[in-house]
Write a protein that binds this ligand. Sequence first.
Ligand code: AQP
Length: 329
Amino acid sequence: MKRIFSGIQPSGRLHIGNYFGAIKNWLQLQNEYQCIWGIVDYHAITVPYKTDELEERVIDCTASYLAAGLDPEKSILMIQSKVKAHTELTWILNTISPISWLERVPTYKDKSKQFSSNLNMGLLDYPVLMAADVILYKANAVPVGEDQLPHLELCREIVRRFNHIFGKTFPEPKAIIKKGAFVKGLDGKNKMSKSLNNCIYLDENPDDIWEKLSTAVTDPQRVRKTDAGNPEICNIFSLHKLLSSKSQIEYCKVGCQTADIGCLECKKILSENIIQELSPIRARLIELKKNKKYLKEILMNGIEKSRKIAEQTMTEVYDKIGIKYKFLK
Ligand code: AQP
């Protein structure tokens, strides 16, 4: 069975961008591949964070995976930092990754502006760690949002370079891109991001969903209700495409173009659909977070399985790069 690795950083509560861009697609993939879903905490510490909140974030992320429907019987759920080989392999990959490759990664450019007072090596090295995450398990494919595509391309370049220098070791992982690959934030400008306060969270309660939507940015040129709008540049309409029925999408599209309906009516329909989609997830999430023993069991099991696969890869890698030191055996 072909293998997949993907993960989410526990840098905040998960949002509908993570859900539509990642987890919802993972649900189908877990039936087709051997999947490893990581909670990639080493990635999360590349930007300023509160040490006393990290554990809660990891718990929240695990519960979110399960609440959204990931099945621990079918896939492996694990925490990146608990499999030490992730950083071991990163170091080895660092030695063959030109700095110029890393400096041109768009997310590095964005994050270095966002966190200019903490421009650390981890931020620059983020894609190398991501490459290590994936190839440590010899994953054949990685489901990603559009924003992550440059990272995956870099990962493929690193794989080609490693294989060229040391001999064929890793498969070149392919990107799997599905519907919902880019969810814009409620600010109508940026990608929905945990760190940008422009999200609808997976455990958002119905009142808050409506409150956030009612003030969310729409087509900026539609100032009055009587102005005709352009749904194709409207943030709310792009969310309709992910959540609403065909007839609702058509109703909102035509209603907006002809100014027959206002933004609030369009948002109300969307709000009800988001609430319907998220309510069962929210209920399960709240229950799961109370059952830490269960979450621990799932993670410990996943960590053990991940370590076994990682150990096999690292034995081969050390062999290939000349760190086997027979005289010590
Ligand atoms: N807005 C989005 N639209 C589509 N997909 C998204 N993903 C994240 N945001 C969107 C996808 O979710 C997966 C995990 O992302 P991540 O949390 O590890 O990293 P991120 O993309 O940096 O997420 P955030 O929310 O933007 O976190 P912060 O603010 O902490 O940097 C990936 O597959 C990603 O594509």
